[in-house]
Ligand binder design. Structure first.
Ligand code: TYD
Ligand code: MG
Length: 452
């Protein structure tokens, strides 16, 4: 029996200490340092047998001599996932998928496993095989290539892998795995690190892609140490509002592609459906024009996305007016209200203002500002905007309308969806000559009032 060795880890950031202390020096959080038993791992990790590949010494090569042609990507049937990953799953890559509980991580991965045409092993430490079968029945008909294993011990998992020799591996979730080499409990910092290291070795040595599902903490970062994100090749985040059907898959880090792409899904009774044309779905009521509604042409990654902004302005009942925003930064809303108050002479100080982005999505693109302002003004005047108008510009502190990036793409998307006019900043340069859509150039917020 090897000597028992213990170390103290911060459960929040993963910092390591020799002694216990109340506050973590690294992340400054209190009472997060916990003693964990660590044993020095024995030689050999994911395979205890002699592995010739891992013993082969690596030699320096001229960059021109390195063969890059053989990075085959596994194209899945899920176009959104392919796009986010930069064109498919790279062999031997380690992918981490994070997201809030109940958002649909397991569903997305099971769906992927069921639709792949190569041998897939789905390892679950959270659900029984029966539970997974029940879920699979809702999603897709039986797949001859998908294997389900319910196990949490990494050494036992590797034994099964050796017997089955899968082409791709899904682990649900990394927090449930436990390695024999450590005595710390599952989900602790040292266990997560150890299990990920073993899986990473396996992925690199056998060129098998491994997808890990990870839980996220209250603050929204992936539970466990930040080091987990450094170790993997790709970090994907699955997000959305649980009460709405839309889900967005985003890449936070990608060693094999850009992080600008997003994938949009819709949660249905029979699994997740890819949304190819999201703008059409996010705009709710195209027939009737209502006051307080305005349409913004935003960009999500590289894709233009039209979203509907709804505002409600009413007289304040209490002394301090309420301001509330869903899907939009509340501080930014306060700033826009102050600009309106000062530059457009609106007495919004005595009014409650509620703002909502429909579809349960969150928008951080500054180009939504003009639509927010238009929706607020429209609700305040109780005058509906023409339903065929859309907006794409930022609003500055002095009430000036500022240009936004990729305006041509936005104009083209608005035209494609049949809008009559798009409002943009006066000095936003573009060389496009659209046929149908009218382009309205605005310099100041006051000019917008003429249209309401
Ligand atoms: P799940 O994948 O279990 O979430 P996670 O693994 O991220 O915790 O998703 C659970 C939710 O998805 C659950 O509340 C029910 C819903 N759901 C559907 O609406 N349709 C479906 O076909 C499936 C399988 C799940
Ligand atoms: Mg799950």
């Amino acid at each position: 029996m090897a000597k028992v060795k213990t170390t103290f880890f911060c459960q929040n950031c993963g910092a390591q200490y020799a002694k216990w202390q109340g506050q973590c020096n690294a992340c400054k959080s209190w009472n997060t340092i916990v003693e964990e038993v660590v044993q020095v791992p024995k030689k050999g990790d994911w395979k205890t047998s002699n592995n010739s590949q891992s013993k082969r010494a690596s030699k320096p090569l001229k960059i021109s001599e390195i063969d890059s042609s053989q990075t085959p990507r596994l194209k899945t049937s899920d176009k959104e996932l392919n796009r986010v990953l930069g064109g498919g799953i790279v062999s031997g890559s380690l992918i981490l998928l994070g997201g809030e509980p109940g958002i649909g991580k397991s569903t997305l991965m099971l769906q992927l496993a069921l639709k792949l045409t190569c041998k897939t092993l789905y390892i679950s430490g959270e659900e029984s095989q029966k539970q997974i079968k029940l879920r699979a029945q809702r999603i897709a008909p039986n797949s001859p290539h998908c294997y389900i294993l319910t196990e949490t011990n990494t050494q036992k998992i590797f034994k099964q892998i050796e017997a089955l020799d899968p082409d791709i591996l899904v682990v649900d979730s990394i927090q449930t795995l436990q390695s024999d080499f450590l005595e710390a409990s599952a989900g602790s910092v040292s266990q997560i690190k150890q299990s990920t290291t073993e899986l990473m070795k396996f992925a690199k040595e056998t060129a098998t892609p491994v997808i890990l599902i990870g839980h996220i903490t209250k603050e929204g970062s992936i539970a466990g140490p930040k080091i987990l994100e450094h170790m993997v090749d790709t970090v994907l985040q699955f997000e959305g509002d649980r009460n709405h059907v839309f889900r967005i898959l985003r890449a936070h880090k990608n060693r094999f592609g850009s992080t600008h792409e997003i994938g949009i899904y819709e949660m249905q009774g029979d699994g997740l459906r890819e949304v190819q044309n999201p703008s059409e779905l996010l705009i709710s009521n195209k027939e009737a024009s209502l006051s307080g509604n305005a349409i913004a042409v935003t960009l999500e990654g590289m894709r233009p996305l039209l979203v509907e902004v709804q505002a409600l302005v009413s007289s304040a009942v209490y002394g301090t007016p309420q301001r509330s925003a869903t899907g939009f930064n509340a501080k930014r809303l306060n700033m826009l209200l102050a600009v309106l108050e000062k530059r457009a002479g609106f007495r919004l100080g005595a009014k409650d203002v509620f703002l909502n982005i429909t579809g349960g999505i969150r928008v951080d693109d500054p180009a939504i500002d003009l639509a927010v302002v238009a929706a607020i003004l429209s609700s305040n005047e109780d005058a509906a905007l023409t339903k065929n108008y859309c907006f794409a510009a930022e609003v500055g502190l002095s009430g000036e309308i500022r240009p936004v990036q990729r305006i041509e793409q936005r104009i083209m998307e608005a035209e494609k969806l049949g809008f009559e006019a798009i409002f943009i900043a006066k000095n936003n340069k573009f060389s496009l000559k659209p046929k149908r859509i009218q382009i309205q150039l605005l310099g100041k917020i006051e000019e917008l009032l003429n249209f309401i």
